[in-house]
Design a protein around this ligand. Structure first.
Ligand SMILES: *Cc1c(COP(=O)(O)O)cnc(C)c1O
Length: 438
C-alpha cells in the first residue's frame, strides 16, 4: 500500500527546507534533489542490506546503492569489520601504506589490461587525470567523447555536441569557458559513420577517445559490438589512447568489468586506460585510473604528467575497497547477482506487458535499465524522448510503495547481493500496481 505521510510531520520535507537554507538546492550532488521527478527527496537515516530508511522511518528497497558502490548491500559484516579495524589504525597519513599496494594488486589481478594503477578519491578526479595522462603521453590535445556519457565534472568534459557532424562542442555548464572545451569533440553514441568521419578529420591530433562502454548515465545503453570494435581499431590506427570509463561498470557488470564483457565478442579486446570508481571503494571515496606500464610511467613522480592527492589511497577507503573486492571475488558471486537482476527486469517486463504498457529493459551483472519504449534506445537523443510525465508517475508510484529507483529517467539501476527473491517479488508486485496507472 502507498505510504501516507501527514505533510505537517514530514521530516524529509522539514530537512529539505532546512538544507536548502545552507546548501545550494539542499543537496551536495544535483540528482539527489528530485528536480527531474518533483516531490521531496528522501533523507536517509540509515541503511542495512537491500534497504534504507528515510527520516520518517519509512523503509525502501534500494535500487540505487549509492549509484553503484554498494554491490554487497549496505553494512556487509566483513566490510564493516575491515573499516572498523582500519579506523583504529589511523585515518590518514600522507605517506604510503601496504594496503594501497594490496588494493592496486587486487584491481590489476582482475583487470589484466592494466599493468599499473593510481588511486584517487573520486571518479571525476580519475577521469580528469586519465585525460591529462593521455594528452601527456601522446603530446596531442584533442579528445573524443560521446553524447550522454558522463565522465565526471572536469571542465573539458562538461560539453555537448555542437551543431553538425564531427564539430567541437559547447559547454554544458556555465563557468566553463568555450576555449576549455575547444579540443573536445562530441559524437553520437553507437554512430559508426560519425566515428569514421571524426577520425578521418582529426585522428592524427587525437590524444584519446573516452567512452562509457555500457553507458549508465543515459539510463542503460550498450555500445554495440561493431561500434566498440571500430573504436578500438581506429584508436590503434591513429595512435590515440582508448579510455574506458568504468567508474560505473567496473566490478559492477562482471568481475573483469565491462572490458571482459566485450572481450567475449572481440577476442583480445583491451582499452589502453581504464577509469574506475564506485564499487572499488565499496561506498568510501575511492577511485582509480590505470593502464599499460609505458603509459602510466608518464605520471609524476617518474614522469612529467602531474597528478596528486592529499587523501589518495586513504587507509580507511582502501580497507573498505579491499574487503568489498574480496567478497565479490568469491565463486558464483556474479552469476547470482546477474540472475537477480535478470529476474527483476523480466518481472517488470511481465508486469508492463500485463498492463499493456510499452516497456523494455536490459541488464548486465548487477546493473540494469528500463524504458517506456517498445525497444532499447541506442543513443542519448532517443533516451531523452522518454515521456517525462509517465516516467514520473512510475517513479513516484514505486516510491510510494517503498521501492527506490533512480529519480531521473537518464540514470541506471543497481542490484546488490543483499536483495532477496522476496524483495524482487515485492518490487514486481508494486510495479504491476503502478503500471495500471500509466
Ligand atoms: C559516477 C561516474 C563518474 C564520476 O564519479 P564521481 O565519483 O561522482 O566523481 C565518472 N564516470 C562515470 C561513468 C560515472 O558513472
Amino acid at each position: 500500500m502507498p505510504h501516507a505521510i501527514n505533510p505537517q510531520s514530514d521530516r524529509n520535507q522539514q530537512l529539505f527546507e532546512r538544507a536548502a537554507r545552507v546548501i545550494p538546492g539542499g543537496v551536495n550532488s544535483p540528482v539527489r534533489a528530485f528536480k527531474a521527478v518533483g516531490g521531496t527527496p528522501r533523507f536517509v537515516a540509515r541503511a542495512q542490506g537491500a534497504y534504507f530508511w528515510d527520516a520518517n522511518g519509512q523503509r525502501y528497497i534500494d535500487y540505487i546503492g549509492s549509484w553503484g558502490p554498494m554491490i554487497l548491500g549496505h553494512g556487509h559484516p566483513a566490510v564493516v569489520e575491515a573499516v572498523q579495524k582500519a579506523i583504529l589504525e589511523g585515518f590518514s597519513f600522507g605517506a604510503p601504506t601496504e594496503r594501497e599496494v594490496e588494493l592496486a594488486e587486487a584491481i590489476l589481478e582482475r583487470v589484466p589490461s592494466m599493468d599499473m594503477v593510481r588511486l584517487v578519491s573520486s571518479g571525476t578526479e580519475a577521469g580528469m587525470s586519465a585525460i591529462r595522462l593521455a594528452r601527456g603521453a601522446t603530446g596531442r590535445s584533442k579528445i573524443i567523447k560521446f553524447e550522454g556519457c558522463y565522465h565526471g565534472h572536469a571542465d573539458a568534459l562538461l560539453v555537448k555536441a555542437g551543431s553538425g557532424l564531427a564539430t567541437f562542442g559547447n559547454p554544458t555548464s556555465s563557468g566553463v569557458p568555450p576555449e576549455v572545451v575547444q579540443h573536445t569533440l562530441v559524437l553520437e553514441y553507437n554512430n559508426l559513420q560519425q566515428l569514421e568521419e571524426a577520425f578521418v578529420l582529426h585522428g592524427k591530433e587525437l590524444a584519446c577517445l573516452i567512452i562509457e562502454p555500457i553507458a549508465g548515465n543515459m539510463n542503460f545503453v550498450r555500445a554495440s559490438v561493431p561500434f566498440m570494435r571500430r573504436c578500438r581499431e581506429l584508436c590503434t590506427q591513429y595512435g590515440a589512447l582508448f579510455i574506458f570509463d568504468e567508474v560505473m561498470t567496473g566490478f559492477r557488470v562482471a568481475l573483469g568489468s565491462a572490458q571482459a564483457v566485450y572481450a567475449r565478442d572481440i577476442p583480445g579486446f583491451e582499452p589502453d586506460i581504464t577509469v574506475m570508481g564506485k564499487v572499488i571503494g565499496g561506498g568510501m571515496p575511492l577511485a582509480a585510473f590505470g593502464g599499460k606500464r609505458a603509459v602510466m610511467e608518464h605520471l609524476a613522480p617518474i614522469g612529467t604528467v602531474y597528478q596528486a592527492g592529499t587523501l589518495s589511497g586513504n587507509p580507511v577507503a582502501t580497507a573498505c575497497g579491499l574487503a568489498t573486492l574480496k567478497e565479490i571475488g568469491k565463486p558464483g558471486f556474479y552469476e547470482a547477482l546477474s540472475q537477480k537482476t535478470q529476474t527483476l527486469v523480466q518481472g517488470l517486463q511481465g508486469a508492463a506487458d500485463a498492463a499493456g504498457v510499452p516497456f523494455c529493459g536490459d541488464s548486465e551483472g548487477g546493473m540494469f535499465g528500463f524504458f517506456l519504449f517498445p525497444e532499447l534506445p541506442q543513443n542519448y537523443a532517443k533516451v531523452m524522448t522518454t515521456d517525462n510525465k509517465r516516467f514520473n508517475t512510475l517513479f513516484h508510484g514505486m516510491l510510494d510503495r517503498g521501492v527506490y529507483f533512480a529519480p531521473a529517467l537518464y540514470e541506471a539501476g543497481f542490484m546488490s547481493a543483499a536483495h532477496t527473491d522476496a524483495d524482487i517479488a515485492e518490487t514486481v508486485a508494486a510495479a504491476a500496481d503502478v503500471f495500471k496507472l500509466l
